[in-house]
Design a protein around this ligand. Sequence first.
Ligand SMILES: Cc1cc2nc3c(=O)[nH]c(=O)nc-3n(C[C@H](O)[C@H](O)[C@H](O)COP(=O)(O)OP(=O)(O)OC[C@H]3O[C@@H](n4cnc5c(N)ncnc54)[C@H](O)[C@@H]3O)c2cc1C
Length: 428
Amino acid sequence: MKESIDYPDSYYYHTANNLKERSSLKGSHAADICVIGAGYTGLLTALNLSERGHDVTIVEANKLAWGASGRNGGQLGSGHNKKIHELEKDYGKSLANELWRLSEYGKSIVKTRIEKHEIDCDLKAGNATVSNDRGDDHHHKEYVEKLNTDYGYDLVRYMNPEEVREMFHSSYFDGGGSLDMGGAHLHPLNYALGLAQAAEDSGVKIYENSRVTSYSNGSPCIVKTNEGEVKADHVVLACNGYLDNLENKLAVKMMPINNFILATEQMSEEEVRYINRDDVCVHDNKFHVHYFRISQDNRLLFGGGESYARNFPKDLKSYVRKTMLEVYPHLHDKTIDYAWGGRIGVTVNRMPHVGRLHTNVYFAHGYSGHGVAMASLAGTVLAEAIDGTVSNLDIFSKIKIPTFPGGTLLRWPGFYLGMLYYALRDRL
Ligand SMILES: Cc1cc2nc3c(=O)[nH]c(=O)nc-3n(C[C@H](O)[C@H](O)[C@H](O)COP(=O)(O)OP(=O)(O)OC[C@H]3O[C@@H](n4cnc5c(N)ncnc54)[C@H](O)[C@@H]3O)c2cc1C
């Protein structure tokens, strides 16, 4: 599927609040900070800086939240892509503690912004992790116990296999799981649109249909589009999975992966409560994750199926439906009203890549599927740093992000083989 500058034909697009056109950048402009990309990262960077009195311009190649921020599963999870015991093993307990604190900060940023700006985005509490294998049960128990005991986080509890079956009624989920009432789910595009409104109310200028073709890191930095330029003291690269060749030093650290979602027709209250008793969001612990939740108007929003090819599968509805039927075969007669996909930015070690390229050029990307909280966090942390408080950015700097073997040209074949291996392992 060829991506255009229009929004994808998603459930989110059809239920978006107050979509409006914004003009493109023409001529020469000046700003304290120029942010490239209008997803959560760019919007939170801009909003926070503007609230601190800086003059901020966002330049977006397509539409506001056209990227992953307007297309995702809407799951607001705790922690990082790496689970807490992996963080402790890889980085030691002290850094794991700091990373956990940051991730909690990320979740609270999302909730606080929604409340403060009265963003109408269907926020609901509850995020469940379920397992396909009873042999995994001890992992869920250990995870919950560690968070409860060592991190003082008591909003998560263990669910035994019987409870998982009773809550979600799928024989695909044969094991137990955990239920995190500190996690939540939301309408991702409406969250972004609400952030944009808050940013514009605070004085941020947002230009759409203005692809940045190059930037320089001088004094000032010059950010160029086809028809205009912004001269700024600082530049923030917030392009994530859509970065392409704008900055190769970043592109070699992140792999864009396509991930897909469908929305069924509307169902009765009884039907949706059968597959999701408590109206929480759900994901399993496969490497190629299945995830779902119920929309405000009682559709199943089901995500699954990834592709490492550059193009989307031709018939996306059938592609994702096949995965949905593995989990819920009884939905075979439901019409699929929408299916869409987007790019997730993944790093080699699945940790976010957040930092500074030059004294006045900052970046954040590679949230590896955890961007609702992490991109909101990273945008806030970049704004703090540009405004002079670097303590949170320093924590991210302690995480070294490996380069993909083969760089931007050759990372695909190696990565593709790696993914095939994990896909096979999932099936076994
Ligand atoms: C299908 C899918 C499901 C997901 N599910 C979840 C989930 O349930 N929970 C979760 O936490 N995360 C999820 N994610 C990940 C999450 O959506 C992202 O991590 C997050 O939205 C990243 O935000 P961002 O602002 O960094 O990037 P994006 O939202 O991708 O925004 C980047 C923007 O930069 C713009 N851009 C790129 N290049 C240029 C240029 N040269 N000039 C100007 N603008 C440019 C793009 O047009 C785009 O709008 C999912 C992602 C996808 C695709």
